[in-house]
Design a protein around this ligand. Structure first.
Ligand code: PHE
Length: 360
């Protein structure tokens, strides 16, 4: 090979090595093998070569052309592979990412909202007593929220609930944002045969807003339907629950006669506390915690259950309220503010499941 061809080969190979992407590679190819490329020019120039040298020169130039074509192709393959590698690395989805928070403590760790935590605890405690969990819709029919619960039209109890109404449906009745979890009593009794034992944690709505009331809040309902159920079962169940939840073995519990249209008799339940210090369990003062009663025979009949054969009790309480009391949270409003500092302070560690240290 003559010196000029060897030089051209060396220069081209250096340019190929320097070409970092396909565009640069193509520029080298055009400058070498393109219409006005240097090898093309050499081929065109063969006609001017003296006849006795032409054969040898032609063979050398063609050989160089082949060598450079192969070199360009091999560089293209290498660059293609590198580009694919880079794309795979950039688009890589690491499904093995550990769940966050990686450390159970520290500034980056998350926490369970106190409402979530209380629902877990309620589920654990009532679960240990054989209760399942039921749910119902937030937007309820008038009949489920009121009528079936023995609250007819124009009943004064309707005014007690500052109800949010939704525009009327085809039947002319306005659906409501449920004002309590009690409609799920009805749905449960219509949906399954007794015996029944469920709790119903969920959102409820009332047009009310101040330091201790929010238009959206949470309740937990309880419903037991079986044969031979008496007030004694209601009392035993709620005393056990309150002592387990507040973790005070001798928590004083008082049952006070009251009125709800869907229970008869009805009782409000108070626990002992100290009004001045807020301490639960002693102090001689009483604090109302929940409403309860024996399921009204008319409510059973509304659900197709024969009240002569089946009896039951029901109860309902505010989840925020028992959470505030248990953890000494003074104000209701931050529950819904999503303030990370509040959540860190009152939230529960994510990886610590609600357990019953002492059983029920
Ligand atoms: N639904 C009642 C309320 O919201 C509470 C309750 C439930 C009372 C079940 C008795 C039985 O105030």
């Amino acid at each position: 090979m003559t010196d000029d061809l060897a030089g051209l080969q060396a220069e081209t190979e250096a340019a190929l090595a320097a070409a970092g992407d396909l565009r640069a590679l193509d520029a080298v190819r055009v400058a070498t093998l393109g219409k006005s490329g240097r090898v093309t020019a050499l081929l065109k120039g063969l006609g001017a070569v003296p006849a006795e040298q032409r054969k040898e020169r032609g063979a050398a130039v063609n050989h160089l052309k082949g060598v450079l074509e192969a070199a360009i192709e091999s560089r293209r393959v290498a660059l293609d592979a590198a580009a694919l590698e880079a794309r795979l690395a950039a688009e890589r989805l690491d499904v093995s990412l550990p769940p966050r928070p990686f450390a159970p403590t520290g500034p980056e760790s998350g926490a369970l909202h106190p409402i979530t935590r209380t629902v877990e605890e309620l589920t654990a405690i009532f679960g240990a007593m054989g209760f399942g969990v039921a749910e119902g819709p937030d937007i309820e029919g008038d009949w489920f929220n009121f009528g079936a619960l023995n609250i007819p039209d124009h009943h004064p109890a309707r005014q007690d609930h500052d109800t949010f109404y939704v525009p009327a449906g085809a039947d002319g009745r306005r659906p409501v944002l449920r004002t309590h979890t009690s409609p799920v009593q009805i749905r449960t009794m219509l949906g399954q045969e007794p015996p029944i034992r469920v709790i119903v944690p969920g959102r409820t709505w009332r047009a009310d807003h101040d330091a201790t009331h929010s238009p959206m809040f949470h309740q937990v309902e309880g419903l037991v339907i079986d044969r031979g159920i008496t007030l004694a079962h209601l009392k035993g169940c709620l005393i056990d629950f309150l002592r387990a939840f507040f973790d005070i073995r001798d928590l004083p519990v008082r049952f006070r006669a009251s009125y709800f249209p869907f229970t008869e008799p009805s009782m409000e339940v108070d626990i002992g506390w100290n009004r001045k210090t807020g301490e639960l369990g002693k102090g001689g003062d009483w604090l109302e915690i929940l409403g309860s009663g024996m399921v009204h025979p008319r409510v059973l009949a509304n659900c197709g259950i024969d009240p002569r054969e089946w009896q039951g009790f029901a109860f309902g309480m505010g989840i925020e309220r028992i959470t505030m009391l248990k953890h000494g949270i003074p104000d209701l409003r931050p529950f819904y503010d999503s303030d990370i500092r509040w959540l860190r302070h009152y939230g529960a560690p994510v990886l610590s499941p609600a357990t019953l240290a002492e059983g029920v």
